[in-house]
Write a protein that binds this ligand. Structure first.
Ligand code: NAP
Length: 516
């Protein structure tokens, strides 16, 4: 088997690639507005109730209509998953990994098709969609290899003891519930699902309501790869009907959640209650929000810093948990960096990602749009509006990239996650103060530091309290296996997705000791 390496990104500067992509996009456009079922134990179930998924850049375009699970469907899915667990959990790590490798190969062959769905359903530009698809392939390839390593680790790590054969087996937990967000609707959804099942668990997958069609497309891939029925049960549904129900269910053994702090806390709290008939403590893997800062030191490469701030803050309209939403800049270079960032931001073209010239696409839905608008209004009372803050003329949920200057480190717009193209600039009188400001939030996900000062690099390494700390580069763009991802404090349980310890979270070690 080849060793793992991240999937290369597509080069959209190449005209042949652009033509191939456009061809696929046309093909996908022919498949819009279809109806999709729930999938329980391999059985497709169509319901009258449907979730309608729209293109956030063009609200007249329906991406698909997806059936909605009731509590009775959830019960049926739990029964199916529990039954399937009996056989799936007994398959070898090699057998399970093979399904992931097959799924990766299928998606790699149909890369532009998946990226086209991402462009249409999540509003991603071509490069952003391609990165999402590449990361999905990476998770499949990486976790497929990691489970083999974990199986070996159990055999090798124990201290030899005369007269005994001692083994540690990392066995699966049981039936899990996978609850992904909409912002990496392919990569994160597939990664959370793949990690769960390759470790030997079976799952109920409840996709995000904004992006259920992409999730169904992944289900199709798993089916094509030959994954046995009932290993992944697809239960999209209204959270008011099935959200708490999934979490509270006595058959839920673990919950793998990625999303907002508010929902993560709710799930964490509810999962701690032991229900009648439940014979385990539920495990919760919860990856939540961020309020990520880029610090610029007095001696930094200012152009590189400005470029990184703009890319981290505004690509995919700032809708990444790792997006830069605060620039904390040394007073000696504050005005200079601010001017460079404003200049670059004004050159970003906002528009439908269907147009290759668009750099900033829409935000995901009306709720996100309204939330960002309310933070823009708040920003006007907490800072100086220096860019954006205006409505766009484009139909769809478009927000002009917005920058506020001279924002206090304890302002609400310095501390709360906005999750849109929204950036606050704060001035610091020293490097140490910049780190203090950066740490003044309850989150701790990503952070970047631009400096040429070796002492400052070491100071930040020791004191900048984030799960993913980057030097002289942007705060987004973690690569599977290269930059294991997860945050501290209210950013979650720091599971480090795409890292060597991640699969452990989906297993429990069992010791067996045999007298020889
Ligand atoms: P969200 O509103 O918290 O939703 C996340 C998932 O939870 C969705 O599938 C949602 O379903 C579901 N959900 C909502 N209420 C629920 C309930 N009561 N019980 C069970 N499930 C429930 O987050 P989002 O808007 O999709 O995603 C954006 C957030 O994710 C941001 O805060 C971002 O920072 C964070 N994020 C974090 C990471 C990370 O690795 N740390 C990565 C990506 C995103 P519905 O869609 O049906 O409501």
């Amino acid at each position: 088997m080849k060793s793992y390496a991240p999937e290369p990104f597509v080069n959209f500067a190449d005209e042949t690639v652009r033509t191939q992509f456009d061809h696929e996009l046309q093909h996908v456009l022919q498949k819009l507005d279809r109806t999709y079922p729930l999938v329980i134990g391999g059985r497709e179930i169509y319901t009258d109730a449907q979730c309608v998924s729209y293109n956030p850049a063009n609200l007249s375009q329906v991406i698909g209509r997806v059936s909605q699970a009731t509590r009775a469907h959830v019960d049926e899915a739990f029964q199916n998953a529990a039954e399937t667990f009996k056989t799936w959990s007994r398959k070898s790590a090699e057998q399970r990994a093979l399904y992931l490798f097959k799924a990766a190969a299928i998606i790699r062959r149909r890369k532009h098709e998946f990226s086209s769905w991402l462009l249409l359903e999540a509003g991603k530009t071509r490069p952003e969609a391609d990165a999402d698809t590449a990361e999905c392939i990476d998770f499949l390839e990486y976790y497929g290899r990691q489970i083999l390593t974990l199986a070996e680790r159990g055999k090798e790590t124990l201290v030899p003891y005369a007269g005994e054969d001692n083994q540690l087996h990392y066995i699966p937990l049981g039936v899990g519930v996978v609850i992904p967000p909409w912002n990496f609707p392919l990569a994160i959804m597939a990664g959370m699902t793949a990690a769960s099942i390759v470790a030997g668990n079976t799952v109920l997958l409840k996709p995000a309501s904004q992006t259920p069609v992409i999730a169904y497309k992944f289900l199709e891939v798993l089916k094509e790869a030959g994954l046995p029925d009932g290993v992944v049960n697809f239960v999209p549904g209204d959270v008011l009907e099935i959200g708490d129900y999934l979490v509270d269910h006595k058959m839920t053994r673990f919950i793998s959640f990625t999303g907002s702090q508010r929902i993560g806390m709710r799930i964490y709290e509810r999962a701690s209650k032991v229900h009648d008939g439940q014979i385990w403590l539920k495990r919760v893997i919860a990856e939540m929000g961020g309020k990520d800062a880029i610090i610029v030191d007095a001696d930094a490469d200012l152009d590189a810093a400005a470029q990184a701030i703009v890319a981290s803050a505004f690509n995919f309209s700032g809708q990444k948990c790792s997006a830069c939403s605060r620039a904390i800049v040394h007073e000696a270079v504050y005005d200079d960096v601010l001017a460079r960032v404003i200049e670059r931001t004004k050159n970003l073209s906002v528009g439908n990602p269907g147009d290759p010239a668009s750099i900033v696409g829409p935000v995901i839905d009306q709720k996100a749009y309204d939330k960002i608008q309310s933070y823009i209004e708040l920003g006007k009372t907490e800072g100086r509006l220096v860019c954006g803050g205006t409505q766009t003329a484009t139909p769809g949920y478009f927000v002009n990239p917005t920058i506020f200057a001279d924002v206090a480190p304890n302002a609400r717009i310095s501390r709360e996650e906005v999750f849109g193209p929204f950036l606050a600039f704060t001035k610091a009188s020293s490097f140490t103060e910049a780190i203090e400001f950066a740490n003044q939030t309850e989150f701790g996900l990503t952070g970047s530091v631009f400096t040429r000062n070796r002492d400052h690099i070491e100071e930040a390494r020791a004191t900048f309290h984030v799960g993913n700390l980057y030097f002289n580069r942007k705060s987004t763009g973690a690569l599977v296996g290269v930059h294991p991802f997860g945050g501290f404090n209210m950013s979650g349980t720091d599971s480090k997705a795409g890292g060597p310890d991640y699969l452990m979270l989906f297993t429990q070690p069992k010791l067996s000791s045999e007298v020889l």
